[in-house]
Each structure stands twice: as structure tokens, then as C-alpha cells.
Design a protein around this ligand. Structure first.
Ligand code: AHR
Length: 513
């Protein structure tokens, strides 16, 4: 009888749980909670590889169903994600882009060479109208990055007038001449991109002065609360960049400071996107956890110069970066997307949620066919990646009130190196429903957790889980649903305590009914 009970226990808890204490997770309810800005769930579309051309844009004459050249299946999939903003046209491309090349009759537009990405000819057939109409189809806010590296203040000021000005002006007349009467009213503008590198190799002192000049001439006309200006920010742990910017740019000219951090193992040895080892997986997770430290340290500098919290941190490039798929153009950054990417997404989005005080916007790089894409295409075929599914599961946190969580995570150890295995974030949505997202990055072990829900939630919860048999599992055009979320009910709520077992490398979202 006793043996039978142990056998039953093993069946219920799973072998990993035996002898393992459940990790207690507590959820606080502050009186004035931070809001998790929906803009943390933003995306990025650069003129790079097959993101725009052969991705979003197939052209008006394509047999693939489209609206003015924009693929209808991509629009439908992204609308499902409720994407809050889309960053365009780059990236490095932005500081080579002259927007007037991309307006007017398509057959008359000049070509340029996309010098950063594959040296291919850019025919400018996808331009400002195409992008802003795409944003309308997606019901998302456009976030345009201006050209500081090779452009002029006048050029960027003109672009803002072209997209935003209601009255009569040279640029609004030109817009009307090109078929658009109403302004699009673009609120989010980046003043250059990676000014420390592809955006001009500037020193922070020089860029800070350039920024001040550009920001002065961007008109707020027609935009409620004014245009939201984002300074090109630091790469990874370049804290001096943030320090110099915050010190030298007055907060009245600055709404957001950017930060770029990719989960890349080593720029000279990135690993295959599919055939990677557990050690490489672990290193990718280490780079992803690093986002927490980077945010804390950049925010500490921002707090020093802006204690009122007027300037936001905008992580406008993040995600996994691996070797390109064999046989593809190395400049196109085309990679597959596995359970490893799902784990990056779950972990980093929890970090953003938990840092909602300053992190108000973020952009996963990039939406279609480039880096950690949510969508891949091949001809008329399209698939949703594991990352897409995590984004979909997490959309419940958009504009919800952050409920801070506390836990002391068990460790995930590989080759003597250790990382916290578990990451959790929680929120209460405007309808009062609680959502808890949990990630176990441990590739070999499940981990039991217990969550005290007393006074937080009724405990009537439903769950979704993303898991798969192998870390390397991914969706292909022949098997597009290999990795997909399923219902998760493997938890118990008794007397306000939730207990559950988080399977190895899984992402779970629990939502109040
Ligand atoms: O996302 C790809 C590239 O990475 C972007 O163009 C650039 O800003 C960054 O270095």
C-alpha cells in the first residue's frame, strides 16, 4: 500500500520534483502599481534581407493575397498579436535612407544600394505611404527612425511635416499630391540609430549635441502631448553613453533613451540557430538574463539625472542572433526559431514587465524573416515561430497593472556555471483579471512552485503552455505546427495556494477566468 502511494506521488509530481521543495512565489499588490506599457510588446521591420521585400511586401501584382502589396496573412497574424508599435525603416538602414526617394509614383523612384545589408539594390517601392498604411492595417503605432548619420535636420523636419501636418504647407501639399489627404500623425520618432556605430561612429558628446539640434526642429504640431523623441542609445553595457546623454540633453527635448542588447553568444561564434548544444543554449540564456542587469544599471544612471522619471528607457532592439541559415545571403540575417527563442522571449518579456517603471517601450528584432522573427515566409507559405506563440500568450500583460513578484529561484547549472532557472511576472488587467507568466529555462529538470494567491486572485485560473520534446524543435513549412501552445491544467489551487510543476524549458501563462 505504502509503495503504491509513493508510485502515485511519482506519477503526480514527476521524477524531478522528488526531494525538491516547491519554490514559493509571492505576489504583491501595491496601492499605486506601475502600468506595463503595451509598447513593451513592439516589433521592428527594417529594410534588411526578406523582412520588407518578400516578407511584409510582395507588391501590388503578386498572386499572394495582399492589400496594396502588403501580405494579408501577415497582417492577420500580427493583428492577433495586438502589436502596439512597429519600428521602421531601420536599424542601420535608417541612417542611409532618404525618405523622399520612397514617395510618389513607384516607377519614378530612384534606386539605392543597401550598403549595410547584402549590398542589394533597393528600389524604394516600399516607402512612407506603404509603411504608414501598413500600420493602419495593423492598427499599430508607427515608430519611425530618422536619418542623422547621412541626412540633415531639414530632411527629418520635412518628414515630420509630411506625415503630421494638417494645414497647408510645402510638405503636406506634397503628401496630398501623392494621394493622402489626412496626416497619419506619427508620434514616435527616433533621432538616428546606433550613432556610436553604423549611425556615424560618433562620440556620445558629439551625438548629444546633434540630438539637441535635431530635436529642436521636430514640430509637435498635430500630436497630442507632442512628438515622442527617442535618442539613439547605448549598446549593452556602454553606461558612459547613457551617462553623457542624460547629462547633456535636457528632459524637455527627450522622451526616450534607447538601449540595444542581443542575446548573442559571441559576435565571432554565434552558433547555428538550430543545431546548437545545451552549453550554447545555456550561454544564450545567460545573455538573456543579462538584460536585467543592463536595465538596472542604465536605469540607475537615468534616475540620477532624471529623478522625476520623465525619460523612458526604450529597448528598441533585442532578441537572439545566430549564424544565418546555410546557403542564404549572410547580409540577410535569416535564421530559424526554436524553443531556445521561445525561452529568450518568455524570460526577456518577464524582465521588461518587472521593470515597467522605466522600460516603456521595446522592439523585438525583427518581425519577418530576420533574426528572432515571429513570422517566416517562403513564397506563398507562412509560418508562426515559437516566439510568436510566446508573444501571443503574453499579450494579456499589455497595459495591465504590474503585480511585483518575489521568488528565490532554484539554479540551472551547466558545466559549473549557474543561472536562475525560473522567471515570473504577474499583472492585473483593466478588467481586474490576474495573469501570471512563468518560465523554466532549465533544459533538464522540471521545478515545482507554489504561489500564494490569497487576496490576489480568486484562483479560478486557466493556463496555456508552450513546450516541446527538444530544445532544437522548431516549425517548418512542412510541419508548421510542431511547436504550438496547448491548454495547461496541471496545477492545483487549495486554500489560496497554487501548486504546480513547471516542465523543463517551458513557458506557462495562467489567467484568471
Ligand atoms: O537588427 C539588425 C541590426 O542590428 C540593426 O540594423 C542595427 O541597429 C543593429 O546593429
Amino acid at each position: 500500500m505504502f509503495r503504491f502511494k509513493i508510485f502515485l506521488m511519482l506519477l503526480v509530481l514527476g521524477p524531478a520534483a522528488i526531494g525538491q521543495q516547491a519554490t514559493p512565489v509571492s505576489i504583491a499588490q501595491p496601492e499605486n502599481p506601475e502600468t506595463i506599457s503595451r509598447h513593451i510588446y513592439g516589433h521592428f521591420a527594417e529594410h534588411l534581407g526578406r523582412c520588407i521585400y518578400e516578407g511584409f511586401y510582395v507588391g501590388e501584382g503578386s498572386p499572394i493575397p495582399n492589400t496594396d502589396g502588403i501580405r494579408s496573412d501577415i497582417v492577420a497574424a500580427l493583428r492577433e498579436l495586438s502589436i502596439p508599435n512597429l519600428r521602421w525603416p531601420g536599424g542601420c538602414f535608417a541612417d542611409t535612407y532618404h525618405w523622399k526617394d520612397g514617395i510618389g509614383p513607384k516607377e519614378e523612384r530612384p534606386t539605392i544600394v543597401n550598403t549595410w545589408w547584402g549590398g542589394v539594390t533597393e528600389d524604394n517601392s516600399f516607402g512612407t505611404h506603404d509603411f504608414l498604411n501598413l500600420c493602419e492595417l495593423l492598427d499599430t503605432d508607427p515608430y519611425i527612425t530618422g536619418n542623422v548619420g547621412s541626412g540633415t535636420v531639414q530632411e527629418l523636419a520635412d518628414w515630420v511635416q509630411y506625415t503630421n501636418f494638417d494645414g497647408k504647407s510645402p510638405m503636406s501639399d506634397l503628401r496630398r499630391q501623392n494621394g493622402r489627404d489626412e496626416p497619419w500623425k506619427v508620434k514616435y520618432w527616433g533621432i538616428g540609430n546606433e550613432a556610436w556605430g553604423c549611425g556615424g561612429n560618433m562620440r556620445p558628446e558629439y551625438y548629444a549635441d546633434e540630438y539637441r539640434k535635431y530635436a529642436t526642429f521636430l514640430s509637435n504640431s498635430g500630436i497630442e502631448g507632442g512628438v515622442y523623441k527617442i535618442a539613439s542609445g547605448a549598446s549593452d553595457d556602454d553606461y558612459n553613453w547613457t551617462e553623457v546623454l542624460m547629462k547633456n540633453v535636457p528632459a524637455r527635448l527627450l522622451q526616450g533613451v534607447a538601449l540595444h542588447h542581443y542575446s548573442v553568444i559571441d559576435w565571432n561564434a554565434k552558433s547555428s540557430s538550430v543545431d546548437f548544444t545545451e552549453e550554447q543554449y545555456f550561454q544564450t540564456m545567460e545573455r538573456s538574463w543579462r538584460m536585467q542587469e543592463l536595465i538596472e544599471k542604465h536605469v540607475a544612471i537615468m534616475d540620477k539625472y532624471d529623478p522625476e522619471g520623465r525619460v523612458d528607457l526604450v529597448v528598441d532592439e533585442w532578441g537572439g542572433w545566430y549564424d544565418v541559415i546555410d546557403g542564404t545571403n549572410p547580409g540577410f540575417l535569416y535564421q530559424q526559431n526554436t524553443m531556445r527563442d521561445a525561452m529568450i522571449a518568455g524570460l526577456v518579456l518577464n524582465i521588461f514587465n518587472n521593470n515597467a517603471r522605466r522600460v516603456k517601450m521595446a522592439n523585438l528584432a525583427q518581425t519577418v524573416n530576420v533574426l528572432q522573427a515571429v513570422i517566416l515566409t517562403e513564397g506563398e507559405k507562412m509560418l508562426l515561430t515559437p516566439t510568436y506563440h510566446v508573444m501571443h500568450m503574453y499579450k494579456v500583460h499589455q497595459d495591465a497593472a504590474l503585480l511585483p513578484v518575489t521568488l528565490d529561484s532554484p539554479e540551472y547549472e551547466v558545466a559549473g556555471e549557474k543561472l536562475p532557472a525560473l522567471s515570473v511576472s504577474a499583472s492585473r488587467d483593466p478588467a481586474g483579471k490576474v495573469h501570471i507568466s512563468l518560465v523554466n529555462i532549465d533544459a533538464g529538470q522540471s521545478h515545482p512552485v507554489s504561489i500564494d494567491l490569497k487576496g490576489v486572485s480568486s484562483g479560478n485560473l486557466t493556463g496555456k503552455i508552450l513546450q516541446s520534446g527538444n530544445l532544437q524543435d522548431h516549425n517548418t513549412f512542412d510541419n508548421p505546427d510542431k511547436v504550438r501552445p496547448s491548454d495547461f491544467s496541471d496545477f492545483r489551487v487549495r486554500n489560496g495556494m497554487l501548486t504546480m510543476e513547471l516542465p523543463p524549458f517551458s513557458v506557462v501563462v495562467l489567467s484568471e477566468d
